[in-house]
Design a protein around this ligand. Structure first.
Ligand code: TYM
Length: 333
C-alpha cells in the first residue's frame, strides 16, 4: 500500500483515557494531514501504558476507545497503517536488542522517568525505566524518517536517534536515524489551572484538562475557569503564562496568527476571550465527537481495521528486525 518514494512517518499515543486537547493540538490532529504526502504508521501503544498501574478491563476498553479516536481524528486505515502495539511482537523483540545498546546513565537522565517515578513512587518498575528503549524500537522497527510529536517527547526521540547511530556504528548501517516533527504552534499545551505545567490526563484537577470528547458546555466551562493573571490585556508576553496558553490554543484551532488574535481582542476583557477560546475549541472538535460516536458503535469495523493494520505493520517491521538480528550475530531460524 505504501509508495516507495515517500518518506515514512511513525507516531504513537498511549491508551490511558480520552485524548487531551494537548494530545490533539500537539500531535494527533497533525497526523491526518500528513497522510497524502507521507507513508504513515500510527500506533496505540498499550505496551507503554502498563508501565503505570492499569485495570485490565479498563485498559482493554481504553485501547479500543483510543483506536476509534485515532480514526475519528482523521486517520484513514486505507491510506495509513493504524494498529495496536501489542498485536505486533516485533516492537518488544527489537526493544530487547536495543536495550543492550542503551546505557543505564542515558535512561537515568530522562525527565519523564524522573517525573513519573516521583508520581508513582510505589511502582518504579523496570518497564518505566526502559520505556524510552521500547519507544526507540517502535520507531526504528519501521525505519521511520519523521516522528510527529509534542515537545515533551523530544528527549525520547533524541535518545532513539542516539541508539540508532550507535547501533549503526557498531554493526554497520541498519536503522534510519529519525527526525522529530514538532508543530510550531501548540507543541506544549499547558494546564488550564496551572499554566506552568503541561496539560496532562493525570492532573488531579478536572478543570485543568480538556478532553477531546468533552461536550461543548463542559469545554466552555473549563475555559471560563482557566487561570489567567490580574491584568486585563489579551497579549502574548512573558509573565502571562495563562493568557499565552489560551492565545496559543486559540491560534492553533482557528489558524489565526498571534498578532491577529491580539488585535481581535484589543480592548476586550478576559471573560470575552475565554468564552471565544472555549467556543472555538468546542466547534473544532465537533466532528471528532460525532465520528467517534459512530465508530465506537461499530466494533466489527474497528476489529477489521486493527487486524489489517497489525498484519501490515508486522510485515514491514519483521524485515527490519530480522536484519538487526542478523547484524548482532543471531543464527537465522
Ligand atoms: P503520549 O501518549 O503521552 O502523548 C501522545 C502525543 O501527544 C503529545 N502531547 C502533547 N502535546 C502538546 N501539549 C501537551 N500538553 C501534550 N501532551 C501530550 C505527546 O508529545 C505525544 O506526541 N511515549 C509517547 C508515545 C509513544 C510514541 C512512540 C510517540 C510511544 N512510542 C513512538 C512517537 C513515536 C507518549 O507517551 O505519548
Amino acid at each position: 500500500m505504501f509508495d516507495k518514494d515517500k518518506k515514512l512517518i511513525f507516531s504513537g499515543i498511549q491508551p490511558t483515557g480520552v485524548f487531551t486537547l494537548g494530545n490533539y493540538i500537539g500531535a494527533v490532529r497533525n497526523w491526518g494531514p500528513l497522510q497524502d504526502e507521507y507513508n504513515c504508521i500510527y500506533c496505540i501503544v498499550d505496551l507503554h501504558a502498563i508501565t503505570v498501574k492499569q485495570e485490565p478491563a479498563v485498559l482493554r476498553k481504553n485501547t479500543l476507545g483510543a483506536y476509534a479516536l485515532l480514526l475519528a481524528c482523521g486517520i484513514d486505515p486505507e491510506k495509513s497503517i493504524a494498529f495496536i502495539q501489542s498485536h505486533n511482537p516485533n516492537h518488544a523483540e527489537l526493544s530487547w536488542v536495543l536495550s543492550c545498546s542503551t546505557q543505564f546513565g542515558e535512561l537515568s537522565r530522562m525527565t519523564q522517568f524522573k517525573d513519573k517515578s516521583a508520581k508513582h513512587a510505589d511502582n518504579i518498575n523496570a518497564g518505566l525505566f526502559t520505556y524510552p528503549v521500547l519507544m526507540a524500537a517502535d520507531i526504528l522497527a519501521y525505519n521511520a524518517d519523521l516522528v510527529p510529536i509534542g515537545a515533551d517527547q523530544k528527549q525520547h526521540l533524541e535518545l532513539a536517534r542516539n541508539i540508532a547511530v550507535r547501533f549503526n556504528q557498531k554493526y554497520s548501517e541498519t536503522f534510519t536515524v529519525p527526525e522529530p516533527y514538532i508543530p510550531t504552534v501548540g507543541a506544549r499545551v499547558m494546564s488550564l489551572q496551572d499554566p506552568e505545567k503541561k496539560m496532562s490526563k493525570s492532573d488531579a484537577n478536572p478543570n485543568a484538562c480538556v478532553y477531546i470528547l468533552d461536550d461543548k458546555d463542559t469545554i466552555i466551562r473549563k475555559f471560563k475557569r482557566a487561570v489567567t493573571d490580574s491584568e486585563a490585556e489579551v497579549v502574548y508576553r512573558e509573565g502571562k503564562a495563562g493568557i499565552n496558553n489560551l492565545i496559543t490554543i486559540y491560534s492553533a484551532v482557528t489558524g489565526k496568527a498571534v498578532a491577529e488574535v491580539e488585535r481581535e481582542f484589543e480592548g476586550k476583557g478576559y471573560g470575552d476571550f475565554k468564552l471565544a477560546v472555549g467556543e472555538a475549541v468546542a466547534d473544532s472538535l465537533e466532528n471528532v465527537r460525532t465520528e467517534y460516536a459512530r465508530l465506537i458503535a461499530d466494533k466489527a469495523y474497528l476489529e477489521q481495521c486493527y487486524k489489517q493494520g497489525a498484519e501490515q505493520a508486522y510485515s514491514i517491521s519483521r524485515r527490519v528486525v530480522s536484519k538487526a538480528y542478523k547484524k548482532v550475530g543471531f543464527i537465522q531460524r
